[in-house]
Write a protein that binds this ligand. Structure first.
Ligand code: FEO
Ligand code: CA
Ligand code: CA
Ligand code: CA
Length: 603
């Protein structure tokens, strides 16, 4: 550790050029294999995948749709547990036309949400991995939109969390729209419930008690998925509390397949992208989190209790309670000065860097609210409304936020904000009111209003105290095409970086290089995965390692073990097309696309 971004397994490659190929492209000398795809058997007894013979019961035993977060938890040198989120479904790509009735497609969609746990096996000494037979694994598990979860923490049982089916307000069926996540130092997986508002519709009026809350979360009753047809709890008119039971960080224990997964009210309710843990020097567990909406906030949680590093059952039980008590904070970033250029509507920093200081503003502990007029439960259930009252910094869609285990700094993907510079004025942490895109690969740059390509923010806790309340920050990357004047790559020469657009998920290799996956490239080429050293002379040198197929975003990313395996989740390949008229057929097993998880390794 501490060397300047060098690691044997992932060094010495030539970056992948921007392209629009319907495949996963990696540097010469590397090979990619498919580990799991939508429809593959997860649970023993699962039916073989057949697009014409799909059933809700079968889908609940098979790998779900639109894999997002990837966790790999080692069991021994040759085996591990692969944990994946299944964020949402693309019915237009899943079902042959005129094959299923409406109710069946909705039930299959519900069963194709959630998470998968499956045992995998390393192929010899290579970086390649394969699924083991479900019959040979007692760990394999599917979690769907119907799996019971326990609500815990201070807001559990609150009147707003009670429904007809659950008068206790403590048991929720399912997890929805699971986006990114994090693997904890105590061997569990966290997952963020993101755009949960889209699942709710209405048969009549909305409950007027919740008008303000619903509005702040985009809960309009116009959810497009129509699930109330098969499950009445998704009808807001009759079950006004069901949406309060989503939008949480969930924790599952993949090592204990019989455990009840939990939703932690202590970490607040918003459109959680994910959560990543750093153990502070004091021993407290600190969770860093983003709320992915234009103009929303960065958060952190600091546990009241300390992580117990011992490998005992008692320590394990204690660690499983860390996310139930503590303090929730929201971030305010202050710049150190500059001016807005009226010609471009961009913030030009006086010192040449977009940087400054910041404060973590406490919202509530498990016993005391710090927001006037709101109780602890109010703050945790309506976290966005609570945060609004303390004037945090409105950010450009905070996605994955993750501490770098080598340098202790925190890296946040701020994916884009088409309304920056108009409804959200520019400031030093959000400097672009206009930016350049390419309508197609090779086409000329075109200036548009807003921040279209996103940023990567680097945040350093004062004194490296992750439990503290003050930090400094700077933009590590102002993304885009390096030919575009507004881009910035930590000062690295622009003629030696890859174009990068719309950072979404981040991870780190063993020497602390940042790896960034993208979603929504507006430079005319496909999304992918990029390596960015953050120390030494190569700091800021963005290099593309992987590109994804037509219509897909790159999710997951993860390196390990020993940087020898580069994991990526290929989400929504072919989005924009249909089953009958596909724009992608990746992974080329059928005439239609299938989301899947791939691993890339030295050939
Ligand atoms: Fe599901 Fe914010 O990406
Ligand atoms: Ca500055
Ligand atoms: Ca994401
Ligand atoms: Ca991550």
């Amino acid at each position: 550790h501490g060397r300047s971004g060098r690691t044997a397994a992932t060094d010495g490659w030539t970056p992948v050029e921007p392209n629009v190929r319907d495949t996963v492209s990696v540097p010469s000398g590397y090979r990619t294999s498919l580990v799991a795809a939508w429809g593959d058997a997860v649970v023993a007894g699962a039916p073989a995948f057949d697009p014409y013979a799909q059933t809700p019961e079968g889908a609940a035993q098979q790998f779900g749709y639109n894999n997002d977060y990837i966790g790999v938890l080692p069991l021994d040198r040759q085996h591990a547990l692969l944990v994946c989120n299944h964020e949402y479904t693309n019915e237009e790509l899943m079902f042959p036309p005129d094959t299923y009735d409406s109710a069946t497609t909705k039930k299959i969609a519900m069963a194709s949400h959630g998470m998968s746990v499956l045992k995998i096996q390393r192929q010899g000494r290579s970086g390649s991995w394969k699924r083991t037979s479900p019959r040979a694994s007692s760990y394999n598990r599917r979690i769907t939109a119907s799996t019971p979860f326990e609500l815990d923490g201070p807001a559990a049982g609150d009147a707003r969390l009670r429904t007809t089916a659950d008068p206790s307000g403590r048991t929720v069926l399912g997890t929805l729209n699971n986006c990114a996540g994090g693997t904890t130092p105590w061997g569990t997986v966290l997952s963020g419930e993101e755009n949960f508002n889209q699942y709710f519709d209405k048969s009549g009026a909305l409950d007027s008690r919740y008008t303000t809350s619903y509005a702040r979360y985009g809960i309009t009753g116009t959810g497009s998925r129509g699930w109330s047809e098969v499950d009445p709890r998704f009808d807001l008119t009759t079950e006004p509390h069901e949406p309060f039971r989503f939008g949480w960080v969930v924790e599952i224990d993949p090592h204990d397949p019989r455990s009840t997964p939990r939703k932690h009210t202590m970490l607040g309710r918003f459109k959680h992208e994910g959560a990543n843990i750093h153990i502070a020097d004091s021993g407290h567990a600190v969770a860093y989190m983003g709320d992915d909406e234009r103009g929303d906030y960065l958060y952190k949680f600091v546990s009241a209790d300390r992580f117990d590093a011992r490998d005992t059952q008692a320590a394990r039980r204690r660690n499983l309670q860390l996310l139930t008590r503590g303090t929730l904070y929201v971030a305010k970033l202050t710049g150190d000065g500059g001016t807005v250029d009226p010609a471009t509507n961009r913030f030009v920093p006086t010192d040449g860097e977009w940087d400054g200081t910041g404060a973590w503003i406490p919202l509530t502990s498990d016993t005391t609210s710090y927001v006037a007029g709101m109780s602890v439960a109010d703050v945790l259930i309506d976290t966005r409304l609570a945060a609004d009252k303390v004037s945090p910094t409105r950010m450009d869609r905070p996605e994955d936020v993750e501490p770098n285990p080598v340098n202790g700094r925190i890296y946040a993907a701020l994916t884009n904000n088409s309304n920056r510079g108009t409804s959200y004025p520019v400031d030093e942490p959000n400097p672009l009111g206009s930016s350049n895109t390419r309508p197609a690969l090779g086409a000329a740059l075109t200036r548009q209003s807003g921040n279209r390509n996103g940023y990567v923010l680097e945040l350093a806790e004062n004194g490296n105290d992750h439990a503290g309340a003050a930090f400094t920050w700077k933009l590590l990357l102002v993304c885009g095409d390096p030919e575009s004047p507004e881009t910035y790559f930590a000062g690295f020469p622009k003629d030696r970086v890859s174009p990068i657009s719309c950072p979404d998920n981040v991870t780190f290799d063993s020497v602390g290089n940042l790896w960034v996956a993208t979603d929504g490239n507006v430079l005319g080429s496909h999304d992918g995965l990029f390596r960015v050293p953050v120390a030494g002379p190569s700091r800021g040198q963005v290099q593309q390692f992987l590109t994804v197929p037509v219509g897909a975003e790159c999710c997951g990313p993860l390196l390990g073990p020993d940087d020898g395996s580069v994991w990526a989740a290929i989400q929504h390949p072919g989005e924009g097309g249909t089953y009958a008229a596909p724009t992608s057929t990746w992974p080329h097993t059928h005439a239609f696309p299938r989301p899947g998880v791939v691993v890339t390794h030295r050939a």
